[in-house]
Design a protein around this ligand. Structure first.
Ligand SMILES: Nc1nc2c(ncn2[C@@H]2O[C@H](COP(=O)(O)OP(=O)(O)O)[C@@H](O)[C@H]2O)c(=O)[nH]1
Ligand SMILES: [Mg+2]
Length: 214
């Protein structure tokens, strides 16, 4: 898939302010500074689309971008807010958890993990929470260009070893670099496949179908 059009739609401070559901959406989440906005810009080939910040914790809103007039790409607030107050932390986490759990049109979350670090407790906890809540996610290992090939492979192997302590199978994953556009085609092809596979999808409908079976 090629992205020919990427337009900022709106920022929302809660799930209630989000655009009317009905269009599939794919959201990017992870710790502040992991490279969410950079990845979104790289995928859309537009360095001005999402704001990139040297200060962690700046994106505190749910940002919707409409892609090719057809699907939403969503930049979520970062979790793990070392530099913000406790009150704010609770508010952001509510936004994130509400969105991930309740947003009907969310097809897949991309959980971004820094490829230079060992698996962080907060990332593991978030992914475990996703699994418990049956929220589909893929992992994107970011900032691959900051490692040598050997380091990258060693870091990812170590993370995978940790993940296999909690999951029988490894989650779907991608390696990316916003600097070098690594992973761009793979991620876009995956989304393209999901879009075709989820025509007419809403999570609400899935829940209703389950309830009818009971
Ligand atoms: N070298 C390199 N730096 C990156 C990459 N992705 C993000 N960064 C840098 O990491 C910092 C945080 O990026 P940002 O996209 O704002 O992170 P966010 O808080 O998760 O949205 C910025 O200084 C980016 O330039 C990458 O793939 N490679
Ligand atoms: Mg950001």
């Amino acid at each position: 898939m090629q992205i020919s059009k990427a337009i900022f739609k709106q920022s929302s401070s809660s799930i209630f302010g989000c655009p009317k559901p009905g269009i599939q959406e794919y959201a990017f989440i992870g710790r502040s500074n992991v490279g969410k906005s950079s990845l979104i810009n790289m995928l859309c080939n537009n360095n001005k689309l999402a704001k990139i910040s040297a200060t962690p914790g700046k994106t505190q809103l749910i940002n919707h971008y409409i892609i090719n007039d057809h699907w939403y790409l969503v930049d979520l607030p970062g979790y793990g807010f070392a530099k913000t107050s406790k009150d704010k932390r609770t508010k952001f986490e509510t936004i994130i958890f509400d969105y991930c759990k309740k947003r009907e049109s969310l097809v897949c979350l991309f959980v971004l993990i820094d490829s230079r670090l060992p698996l962080q407790k907060i990332d593991l906890e978030f992914m475990l929470w996703c699994s418990e809540n049956e929220i589909p996610f893929s992992i994107v290992y970011t900032k691959a260009d900051k490692n040598s090939k050997a380091e990258l492979s060693r870091h990812i192997k170590n993370i995978e070893k940790e993940l296999l302590k909690h999951w029988d199978e490894l989650p779907n994953s991608f390696v990316s670099s916003a600097e070098k556009a690594t992973g761009r085609q793979e991620i876009l092809e995956f989304i393209d496949f999901q879009i075709k596979d989820h025509r007419g999808f809403t999570r609400k409908r899935v829940v209703q179908a389950d309830e009818e079976e009971e």
